[in-house]
Design a protein around this ligand. Structure first.
Ligand code: NAD
Length: 378
């Protein structure tokens, strides 16, 4: 395969489809070479938008246990560009219509669904029926019954299901989970998490279209804050009360702009989240019996940063997506724990739905009845 520079690649893509969404961020490597190695699982990315282009595909050049083997796209202009730059054989390129024939392709082991939220369930279920292991991006779907349908389809097909919750493979988050497990600072009494950015560029984007997104800030960023307060306490919550704030209804016509929610946990800890498409915030803070810990930022791609009442946290920086996809491949290959199983994505959707219900009922407290096993993650 012809090796091209990062600059050449960007130029090629920009000329080919005229879209920044096609620009990749790392130099190319020969993915075909990887296919020779039997221990590497082949991944097909479904949806070649920003996250696949800038994060997942570049990370798949560095993964040790999996590689980019195929693509599924609804935009035919992208096919040749991705084929050329990632050495993807024609037989491993699919569109949304012929996707189900991927069942016959033995070089694809895992299908990674990276589409708008309302399309996750359909493609995850089709992938499972095709006998492929599945990684589903966050949020898992747009309703709890859709999450159930994905989980059931994967069980029926006897394939593994993982969420794209990359932070579970990331060292700062793993350190927080260790603090909680070992009670380094004693019991957590109060936890707060913010996950928010300001959206202003494109009122026509799918994230602001309820049919495609299922909801606004809560569906998009809120799941990070929900995740944070759960792995930051090691518990699933007992209850939630929530409020919604709208200051730019002309921009956020169909979807939530800012939401706050308060949680109670079985241990007696209390928590709070804020998620928004109208403010910038990215933080996890926990106050404990004998100290505190904090990540800020807590859920950006790279680099996270953190400190505690004992001092600064410092870990080497590595692509979170690389770590996440290798972890999932090792789960399939060697039975390592699934760090973010489908049930975890479903649990978060139960919480999302409860938050919307609480808001609809004027902030009423909604109780949960969770099993404990997905509180902490693998
Ligand atoms: P994007 O808008 O950049 O890409 C979406 C892709 O879906 C595009 O390739 C587009 O062509 C395709 N598509 C198919 N049907 C479409 C339709 N009807 N409308 C719009 N696009 C359509 O989005 P993205 O940022 O790549 O996000 C994709 C998924 O990945 C979302 O579920 C998002 O929540 C998730 N995501 C996760 C992370 C993470 O850190 N885990 C980060 C970004 C995005």
């Amino acid at each position: 395969m012809k090796q091209i520079s990062r600059r050449d690649f960007g130029t090629t893509l920009a000329k080919g489809v005229g879209g920044a969404a096609l620009l990749a961020t790392t130099p190319m490597a020969c993915a075909m070479g990887n296919a020779q190695n039997k221990k590497k699982l082949g991944i097909a990315l479904v949806g070649l938008g920003s996250y696949s282009t800038y994060q997942l595909a570049p990370a798949l050049l560095d993964t040790e246990h999996c590689y980019l083997a195929g693509i599924v796209t609804g935009t035919s202009e992208k096919e040749q560009i991705w084929a050329d730059n990632y050495a993807i054989p024609k037989a491993n390129i699919y569109n949304y219509q012929n996707f189900d024939t991927i069942a016959k392709n033995n070089t694809i082991d895992i299908v990674y669904v990276v589409l708008p939220n309302s399309m996750h369930a359909d493609f995850c279920i089709r992938a499972a029926r095709a006998g492929k292991h599945v990684i589903c991006e966050k949020p898992m779907a747009i309703t709890v019954p859709e999450c159930d349908a994905i989980i059931n389809a994967c069980k029926k097909a006897n394939v593994k299901l993982g969420m794209g919750y990359r932070l579970h493979s990331e060292p700062y988050t793993q350190e927080v989970k260790r603090f909680v497990k070992e009670k380094t600072f004693g019991a957590v009494n109060y936890i707060t998490a913010d996950a928010a950015y300001r959206s202003s560029s494109n009122p026509d984007q799918w994230r602001l279209n309820k049919k495609l997104s299922g909801g606004g800030a809560l569906m998009n960023m809120g799941v990070y804050a929900i995740q944070s307060i759960i792995y930051g306490t090691g518990e699933n919550p007992n209850s939630v009360s929530a409020q919604e704030f709208s200051t730019r209804p002309e921009y956020f016509k169909e979807t939530d702009e800012t939401i706050t929610a308060q949680f109670e946990f079985p241990s007696g800890a209390v928590g709070n989240i804020m998620t928004s498409h109208n403010a910038r915030a990215n933080r996890l803070y926990a106050s404990c019996d004998h100290g505190w810990f904090e990540l800020d930022p807590a859920s950006t791609y790279i680099p996270l940063a953190g400190r505690t009442s004992n001092g600064k946290l410092e870990f080497p920086q590595e692509s979170q997506q690389k770590l996440q996809m290798d972890d999932f491949a090792e789960h399939i290959l060697y039975g390592k724990p699934n760090r973010a199983p489908g049930e975890m994505g479903r649990r978060d959707m139960v919480i999302v739905e409860a938050i919307y219900e609480s808001i609809a009922q004027g902030g009423k407290k909604i109780d949960f009845d969770f099993k404990p096993e997905y509180g902490f993650g693998g």
